[in-house]
Design a protein around this ligand. Structure first.
Ligand code: KG4
Ligand code: ZN
Length: 368
């Protein structure tokens, strides 16, 4: 990678695409990254009563919190705007209200300070995080598992992505959240299901493994959620132990499904990139925080002669540091847009613009 000068570049990153208001200062020095600050303000308390993210509440909360979060990020880093080289802000995909708040704030800071603005694709930021945390070299395979996306993407370089697999219905995080909701567990559902599963019997319920054995490498999770609903209805009223056993059986079905489905993309990667020294699968997105899933991915990668890179959970879920880093990577690669101040937010913005949309895909693709 080349930087434009011999000193480090510093970026302020702003993230407001969903239910986290976040800002961070990150440095890029000779190809490697350094997080000087990363302030993340979660809106979980505002949304939990509704069992999910309410877009209007999210946008209002971003408006109220963002200035203070940016100030705190600059203070934590010991920086003023004058010390920065660029400002980057998530421009999509995501909830439009939040995107407007973050991108407009980024534009205002850029216009007032004379700094360049780099509008960032939130999915690209997830995709490049492993380079910030682990210095992972291109090319690598990315498994993005979040509340809005479940994709396997070939990452060839900055701005060069090829989607190999995606979900035909629910995203994986969405399946966790819906399962939690129907069992009466709190939002966000992923951590609640993972906790409940610890004391559960994964063998008690035989839940489906959607698309198992199919040639295509895609994913499907909505049938699994329906099967959980049927089980819960059969058992009603469910006991605490029933809930634990359902969660454990659900998580086992997810692990089996991911292992079987992702195996296809790993084999393809090994075939197409036979010569590379460290074939790598990077996992990113909120679901990557799940320890059982991480463990099963380790085993899967080892079986395919690949290395698993999983950024720390705090950098797998939404944060400003990954936005700052993606801005730096784009800027350093000469991909920053000269006309960024007129860039409009994009609620839908696929990483691979040329991928053929699948039936059912994008139903809830606003979130990443
Ligand atoms: O990437 P992320 O923080 O936000 C977006 O979706 O943009 O991902 C959030 C998703 C939620 O669906 C949440 O339930 C899920 O990640 N999640 C988990 C865990 N922690 C968060 N899913 C399974 N196990 C977890 N430990
Ligand atoms: Zn995300």
């Amino acid at each position: 990678m080349t930087t434009h000068c011999n000193r480090p570049l510093y970026a302020l990153g702003i993230e407001t695409s969903c239910d986290e208001t976040s800002a961070a200062v990150v440095a890029l020095d000779d190809g490697s990254g350094d997080i000087l600050s990363n302030v993340v303000l979660s809106q979980i308390a505002e949304h939990s009563a509704f069992g999910g993210v309410v877009p209007e509440i999210a946008a209002r909360a971003h408006v109220e919190a963002l200035d203070g979060v940016i100030r705190a990020a600059l203070d934590d880093a010991g920086m003023e705007l004058s010390g920065l080289d660029l400002v980057s802000a998530t421009a999509g995909p995501g909830l439009i209200g939040g995107l407007i708040v973050g991108l407009m704030t980024g534009k205002a800071i850029a216009a007032a300070s004379g700094l360049p603005l780099v509008p960032v694709n939130h999915l690209e930021a997830h995709a490049l995080t492993a380079r910030l945390t682990n210095g992972t070299a291109f090319p690598y395979l990315l498994l993005l598992v979040s509340g809005g996306h479940t994709q396997v993407v070939l990452v060839r370089g900055v701005g060069n992505y090829e989607r190999w697999a995606t979900t035909i219905d629910d995203a994986l995080g969405e399946a966790f959240d819906k399962t939690a909701k129907l069992l009466g567990l709190p939002y966000p559902g992923g951590p609640a299901v993972e906790d409940a599963a610890v004391k559960g019997d994964a063998g008690r319920f035989a839940l489906p493994r959607p698309l198992r054995g199919e040639e295509r490498p895609d994913f499907s999770f909505s049938g699994l959620k329906t099967a959980v609903r049927q089980k819960a209805n059969e058992l009603a009223p469910v006991t605490e132990q029933d809930i634990r056993d359902i969660c454990a059986s659900f998580q086992q079905a997810i692990v089996d499904t991911l292992t079987e489905r992702i195996g296809k993309s790993l084999m393809r990667f090994r075939g197409e990139f036979a010569g590379i020294t460290e074939p790598t699968l990077v996992v990113a997105g909120g679901v990557a925080a799940n320890k059982t899933i991480r463990g099963s991915l380790e085993t899967l990668c080892a079986a395919h002669g690949m290395r698993l890179v999983a950024p720390p959970p705090a950098l797998c879920s939404d944060n400003g540091a990954m936005i700052a880093w993606a801005g730096l990577e784009r800027f350093a690669a000469g991909l920053a847009d000269d006309d960024a101040l007129s860039f409009a937010p994009r609620p839908r913005w696929p990483l691979d613009e040329f991928a053929i949309p699948l039936v059912g895909h994008g139903k809830r693709g606003a979130k990443a």
